[in-house]
Ligand binder design. Structure first.
Ligand SMILES: *Cc1c(COP(=O)(O)O)cnc(C)c1O
Length: 430
């Protein structure tokens, strides 16, 4: 299958080129030229399939021409090897916990899949690939872990100084090896702008082979559709319709869900749940899209004022506002509302939400018709990643998973940099 630029259908490349380039040369995002339809027998058989098996069946429709099937099977088995339990919280409300991978965030799914695809392509390449990734918190560590120690690949992570949690920062800055962390004096949007500019810099791209591991990379987007199929199979459906709420920042997670729906997965609708950075809920309400500067919140992985996957959502719905509104509702919450519901859910259901999952829970409760529907919200991060906030809010100690514990005692190593493009470019060239 070919992938074209969301800016120009005439720019179309193979999966390999789309993965290695990350962004189309005209600044657009790569998008599949067609969405394969899955037949009813596949949907009916979902309860019998593991996440890795689903991954293989879905990804071969997109990548079957570019990666030999036995290799693709290996990539799926290896990337999707951690549990993704669907946990019952209250009648008709479930949490899909995607935080049991090595970085304790849902981005492990996409990052692990992508890194294995790229290493497959890099094995047969003479030039080193440098991966650039801007992170608002979790991307960085998921990407860094995915690529740690992989031959022919260097990773440069950009993160906004002082705007990620301490655990997140430790995860980003203590790996060493082929991973470098740049601590940027600026916002996440500044980091993302630096990365975008580097990709469009012809001179720099002659000098080195750059690739992106942000949620803009198509090899991260595709695997994020797998767990929607998985949820559908795991849920005891009782003939009720399914509503899924997705805590959203750059909207890669949600876009992948919308793609799964268009591929034939019977999901009634989605909720785009977010914090005060609500440009997408505003778009859904008014039909007008206006990017804004991001505002800091306790669900910081969603502090995004110019969501990079918005163009893909528009491509998916042909910019048809009524059509997208039929499939997608918007919801946005303040930090106070987020904390309040964390407290309430802990008290009533003894379940610890992280701030992102809490926002998704709120969005689900707003949109769910609990009489006739079943709801799933996506828990994107382990609560221990936001331990200070979570412990303060629920007034209880949170257990830290072993992996997180070990990175807390390691020494931080980052390169401080202001947000000037020239400095960033000079750094990359040297
Ligand atoms: C990245 C992230 C999000 C937002 O995901 P998008 O695909 O960018 O919308 C939500 N929660 C957590 C914990 C994240 O790390």
């Amino acid at each position: 299958m070919k992938f074209y630029s969301t800016n120009n259908k005439n720019i179309s490349v193979s999966f390999k080129d789309a993965v290695v380039k990350g962004l189309a040369p005209d600044g657009g995002l790569f998008y599949p030229e067609s969405l394969p339809k899955l037949d009813k027998s596949f949907i009916d058989n979902l309860p019998n399939l593991s996440l890795a098996e689903i991954g293989f069946e879905v990804s071969k429709l997109f990548l079957g021409d570019d990666i030999p099937l036995d290799k693709l099977k290996e990539i799926c088995d290896d990337a999707l090897n951690f549990p993704t339990p669907l946990v019952s919280i209250e009648p008709n409300v479930y949490s899909l916990e995607l935080f049991h991978g090595p970085s304790c965030a849902f981005k492990d799914v996409g990052a692990r899949f992508m890194s294995r695809c790229l290493s497959y392509f890099a094995e047969n390449s003479d030039k080193k690939i440098t991966i650039l990734a801007a992170t608002s918190g979790d991307t960085g560590s998921a990407v860094a872990h995915g690529f740690l120690g992989i031959k022919n690949i260097d990773v440069v992570i950009l993160y906004p100084s002082g705007k990620v949690s301490q655990i997140q920062e430790q995860q980003l800055t203590t790996l060493g090896n082929n991973i470098t962390a740049l601590e940027i004096d600026g916002s996440f949007d500044d980091c993302q702008a630096l990365v975008k500019k580097a990709f469009q810099d012809d001179e720099l791209n002659k000098h080195m082979k750059l690739s992106s591991a942000n949620s803009i990379n198509i090899a991260r987007l595709i695997p994020q559709s797998f767990y929607y199929f998985y949820v559908y199979g795991q849920l005891k459906r009782q003939n009720k319709d399914l509503v899924i709420s997705v805590p959203s920042g750059n909207y890669g997670n949600l876009t992948a869900g919308l793609i799964a729906k268009q591929m034939g997965l019977p999901i009634k609708r989605f909720v785009a749940s977010t914090n005060v950075n609500k440009v997408v809920p505003d778009y859904l309400e008014t039909g007008k899209y206006e990017s804004k500067a991001s505002i800091q919140s306790i669900s910081n992985a969603m502090d995004v004022g110019a969501p990079s996957n918005f163009d893909r959502m528009m491509t998916l719905y042909q910019e048809n506002h009524p059509k997208i509104c039929a499939d997608l509702k918007g919801a946005s919450y303040s930090d106070e509302q987020t904390k309040e519901v964390m407290k309430k859910v802990y008290k009533n259901s003894n379940y610890i939400l992280d701030p992102h999952g809490a926002v998704a829970y709120l969005g689900l409760k707003k949109e769910l018709d609990a009489e006739n529907e079943q709801g799933v919200f996506i828990e994107t991060a382990h609560p221990a990643k936001f331990i200070n906030i979570v412990e303060e809010v629920i007034d209880t100690k949170v257990e830290i998973p072993e992996y997180l514990k070990s990175c807390l005692t390691k020494e931080k190593s980052s390169i401080k940099m202001n947000n000037s493009y020239q400095d960033f470019k000079n750094y990359l060239k040297n």
